[in-house]
Ligand binder design. Structure first.
Ligand code: IPM
Ligand code: MN
Length: 364
């Protein structure tokens, strides 16, 4: 917890589809916090980057976009992607460019069943689903190199390279061990050494090496196929989970499905060394099918604000936001249709800010 007055300079990229709608509610939350907490303020700078910007300018963000963002303390992102711009362009030129340009090598994704959130699994209590995924976020299967030869011929071949470096594996695995040590949770490494005979054998070896530095941490290693099965059959066995970029992408959607749905799932793209700003986002994407209908769920975006406040050293506020989300879910109050309610995005956001205020007042 910080003391004294702190003002944070936040870059806000609402983006595409439902992005601006859920971002409006995240901003509402930040404004409420600043109003309540006299020692905390946020200076928000909005950037209109995304697919519409691309259709006007030919680029997803300006050529010096990263330089512009570099001056901020953190980045809040809504969602990126819209029909009319191929996903591999919109995502690679904005989302992935920021992740890699700022070396945000940790993607921290809580898979935690809040009280009152719907779970499709049988006989599961909230405390049975309390995982935190540490997804490698800078290399692996997402490295982006490869080749596509013989286009249109019978021998046409596409090769996508997976790049695993010692530095890249060590730093993410070490981060996960530190987190497990700090939280007292177990650590599970998820890989696929039985089939991926270079990259994943290497990953497993590095996991074993680093394990010896942390004798106090309970560890497990699982193949990704088995891990996905256990997430459904026995989610309580997981605490901290560390895995590669692609596996982490897939398993955290599964995680969202067992912990209240995509409308609740949030992710932090972190540069733990704080050389660059970190970026916080709901992971549901731009949902063009419901954009503009007022049905999008602002809770994931609110959770990403909670992660941002944790990262900035205001864990007290981060925690109170989670409590407020939990309160709405438990009371079944002001929820959007994905959570079984009838509220609009902005009604849900208002109720959330009010719940947060009440929690804060009762704490004083
Ligand atoms: C996510 C998304 C992205 C990813 C896509 C949009 C590139 O699915 O943040 O999980 O795979 O990293
Ligand atoms: Mn994903």
């Amino acid at each position: 917890m910080k003391t004294g007055f702190e003002k944070y300079d936040i870059a806000v990229i609402p983006g595409d589809g439902v992005g601006p709608e859920v971002m409006a509610e995240a901003v509402k939350l930040l404004k409420r916090i600043a109003r309540l907490d006299g020692s905390l303020d946020f200076d928000l700078t909005f950037y209109p980057w995304g697919c519409e910007y691309y259709l006007e300018t030919g680029e997803m963000m300006p050529a010096d976009g990263l330089d512009i963002l570099a001056g901020h303390d953190a980045i809040l992102l809504g969602a990126i992607g819209y029909p009319g711009v191929p996903d591999h362009i919109s995502l690679r030129d904005l989302l992935l460019k920021i992740r890699s340009g700022f070396d945000q090598y940790i993607n921290l994704r809580p898979v935690k069943l809040l009280k009152g959130a719907a779970c499709p699994l049988k006989d599961v209590r909230p405390e049975d689903i309390d995982m935190i995924f540490v997804r490698e976020n800078s290399e692996g299967e997402y490295f982006g190199t490869g080749s596509w030869e013989g286009k249109g011929t019978p021998g046409e071949t596409a090769i996508q390279e997976s790049v695993f470096t010692r530095k890249g594996c060590e730093r993410v695995i070490r981060y996960a061990f530190d987190l497990a040590e700090k939280t007292g949770k177990s650590l599970t490494s998820v890989s696929k050494g039985n089939a991926l005979n270079y990259s994943m054998v290497f990953w497993d070896q590095i996991f074993e090496e680093i394990k010896s530095e942390y004798p106090g941490v309970e560890t497990h290693s699982l193949l990704v196929d088995a891990a996905s099965m256990f997430m459904v059959k026995d989610p309580a066995r997981f605490g901290v989970v560390v895995t590669s970029n692609l596996f982490g992408d897939i398993l955290t959607d599964l995680g969202a499905a067992i912990a209240g749905g995509m409308g609740l799932a949030s992710g932090a793209n972190l540069d733990p060394e704080k050389r660059f700003p970190s970026m916080f986002e709901p992971i549901h994407g731009s949902a063009p099918d419901i954009a503009g209908t007022g049905q999008s769920d602002p809770l994931a975006s609110a959770w990403s604000v909670s992660q941002m406040l944790d990262h900035l050293g205001h864990e007290d506020w981060g925690h109170m936001i989670l409590e407020a989300i939990e309160r709405l879910l438990s009371e079944g109050k002001a929820l959007t249709p994905d959570q079984g309610g009838k509220a609009t995005t902005s009604e849900c956001g208002d109720a959330l800010a009010d719940a947060l205020e009440e929690i804060w007042r009762n704490r004083k």
